[in-house]
Design a protein around this ligand. Sequence first.
Ligand SMILES: [Zn+2]
Length: 471
Amino acid sequence: MRPLLLVVSLVGLGAAALLLSRCAKGPDAPPAPKIRNVVLISIDTLRPDRLGLHGYDRPVSPHLDAFGEAGVVFEECVAQAPWTAPSHASMLTSLYPSALNIGKFSDPGKVSPAARMLAEVFQDAGYQTCAVTGGGFVSRELGFDQGFDEFRTFQKMHLNVDHALKWLDRRDPERPFFLFLHTYEVHHYAPPEEYAAEFVRPYDGPIADGRNVAKFVQNYQNRDQIAALTEADWRYVSDLYDACLASTDAAMGTFFAALKERGAYDETLFVLTSDHGEEFGERGYSGHGYTLYDENVLVPLVFHHRSLAPQRIDQQARVLDVAPTIAELAGLEAPVEYEGISLLDVIGGATANLVGYSENAHSPVKSVRTTGRKYIVSTKEPNRELYDLDADPEEKTNLAGEEIAPEERRMRDGMVSWIEKNLRVRSSRAAQSTEMSPEMLAELEALGYIGGSGGTPAVDGADWLKLLKSE
Ligand SMILES: [Zn+2]
């Protein structure tokens, strides 16, 4: 479904020229350099409210905060899925997870070669392309290497950055580049010693027994133990997360400084986002991958280049919009099948009223988030939830009554159209099944994804339609 925004087509150098006229800081300001290169950064599992940029009161992200303050910050960006594989697939193809048929922990599927990933758009336009990811659900096995000249995986962001810089130094400097940086460092809950010393407060409770905390919080089988955690336990879990973020932030500081040293910073568009958030016991859950409440689906979104005047935008954006926006900012044409829109007009001041759909397959739930409203449909009780996000941002008071009210009916109808469209797209873009390598299974085990997903049976699109149309 295309939103009602009038999207001006800006192809080639026109995009840079228009941005300069929109965003230059004054008539005497020197012309900003053009966008030549693109770096897309996905810090897996990063809640926006853990960044100082969004009001967090611990100094865990000084480099990302300074970077964001000089950029275009979306206050709210909705991920299309609450876990890694479907959300990244959506980010990089601008299609919905169910259209790609990417969805279950146990059998995520391999992104179809027929889906055009953002890296392929850059590769076809003559860019050199490199991905340095944390592997696991963002791996070759799942098709995430499509369009990349080089695809490597490491487990700590400073290693990803080291490799990215080596690649930048040996590539052809005459050609522009597209670099994708992804890390699970925040997801791992295992900070390097120096960051643990700074951010993990004294704690001697049951979780500090040498266990793998990532596995503990992510494993659904532990839900009874998790429901019984005390405030001190949660503070420890949260401190580990903070310390991992501080380590990731330091690596990002190194990366930004290295690009400045190489003279590439000012001609590079940087985009910072994530694939999903994380739960810290807001409603008795931990980890991610099951529910679609805001703690799971809101992610940061920052566009940074000298031609973009720093600003904060309170309209909702979607992870789905990342690829088309990057393509347009770089002066390339986004594939017609992309479901997201370029946010360039929104950055320029237009109102878009973007509707954010999210979904999960192994724990069947779908949601729609609009300005001030969130509606969630699930196969489990309560199977209809409606929240007023302005009055109730924590989504605690379910406004869905016994009867379906007209507002709820409109949201259900919107979901029906969205599901029908995804079923049509899926006929040509569905994932291939994949064999997971021992290395990939080990990575997933360390992240807590193996051996306890506990999801209920998947529900197909046709069943969703039946469910939504039955009442
Ligand atoms: Zn993730």
